[in-house]
Ligand binder design. Structure first.
Ligand code: GDD
Length: 331
């Protein structure tokens, strides 16, 4: 069975590729990946993947790749994912998230009309929820409060429209926060873990910069999230929508305390105004009942384990970068 993963070299895409290659999923999979630029995250998997290099914003390129691959399953993961930065460049977010998915769905309806396609939206589509909306289910009204959230509403409804208009078997997920090794430092767990690793290596003063520590978010390990994505395509009906998250939320402070506890170094904490956002939802909790009932999915990696793996990832990378820096400085 041919599978196409867009954004395969990203945090989630590379984790999904590892999962599909390592788990006995009942059928041999030929995995194709659309990549924009090479990335260390899939370096070790390169020989087992068929990679297509280009830009999903280019409709002619997307058409050629889809015509060549004719996938049965598509995981569309290529997207702008940084909420905070979306206020600085709203048009870039709209352009990227909308045009990539539009080009992909257009090519699929021409060349692979029977494909099952996972369209990934976000808990950010719910935006300024009311306390009475918690836990958030699929019926909760959409009140997005960031350009990123708006772009995800567009992706989500576009996927539904391609089912309504053209009968494409799209399955829509609204994913809540996910963390794990390989995530960029633009996101909270990696932002903190990277600084701890740099402080431990003497590359940063022992002061950890943070944003809003009060916000409560629903965190799932990325390895559980990609398993959910596989199950969503296996079990989801056309146009169907699922919220995917753990059902429990923690304040950012709690993540910080766990990470600081894992370090023997004395580190103080300082708020960095640059890390605050123009608008922030105080508390987000997912209601995953619909998805769990349909697929049997439940998260398996505890938060503490995810954070330990994130910190180990950054300790490893920081060590490698430091060695490279030393070698480059040698005469
Ligand atoms: N990034 C970051 N850096 N966030 C911080 C920091 C910091 O130094 N300090 C506190 N925070 C707070 C943010 O204000 C937010 O409340 C929370 O930590 C989580 O921030 P992020 O990790 O940046 O994630 P996000 O909630 O904005 O968005 C993530 O989850 C969405 C699903 O809910 C992203 O992965 C999105 O792409 C995804 O759709």
């Amino acid at each position: 069975m041919r599978v196409l993963i867009t954004g395969i070299s990203g945090f989630v895409g590379s984790t999904l590729a590892s999962y599909l290659l390592s788990e006995p999923l009942g059928q041999p999979l030929e995995i194709h990946g659309a990549i924009h630029r090479a990335d260390h995250r899939i370096h070790h998997l390169r020989d087992r993947l068929r990679l297509h290099k280009g830009d999903l914003r280019n409709p002619a390129w997307v058409d050629r790749v889809v015509e060549l691959v004719r996938p049965a399953l598509v995981f569309h993961l290529a997207a702008w994912s940084d909420v905070r930065a979306s206020w600085d460049q709203p048009w870039a977010v709209y352009e990227l998230n909308i045009s990539c998915q539009l080009n992909l769905l257009e090519a699929l309806r021409r060349h692979s009309p029977d494909a099952k396609v996972l369209a990934v939206a976000s808990s950010e589509v719910y935006g300024l929820i009311d306390a009475t909306d918690i836990p958030i289910d699929e019926q909760t009204p959409l009140r997005p409060n960031s350009p990123y959230g708006i772009s995800k509403v567009a992706q989500d409804l576009m996927a539904q429209q391609y089912w309504f208009n053209f009968g494409l078997h799209t399955v829509r997920v609204r994913s809540f926060n996910h963390i794990g090794p390989g995530q960029s430092e633009s996101f909270v767990a990696s932002a903190f873990a990277r600084q701890i690793a740099e402080i431990e290596h003497g590359l940063q003063k022992p002061v950890l910069k943070v944003g809003n520590l009060e916000a409560e978010r629903d965190y799932t390990d990325v390895r559980d999230m990609v398993r959910a994505y596989w199950l969503a395509l296996q079990n989801g009906g056309p146009g169907e929508l699922f919220n995917v998250g753990s059902g429990t939320s923690f304040p950012v402070n709690h993540l910080l305390d766990i990470l600081l506890d894992m370090s023997a170094t004395d580190i103080s904490v300082e708020q960095d105004l640059e890390r605050l956002r123009p608008s922030e939802v105080p508390r987000i909790v997912c209601n995953p009942q619909l998805f769990a009932g349909r697929t049997g999915w439940a998260p398996s990696v505890p938060l503490r384990q995810s954070l330990a793996d994130v910190l180990a990832y950054w300790r490893g990378r920081t060590g490698i970068e430091r060695e490279r820096g030393k070698m480059a400085a040698q005469p």
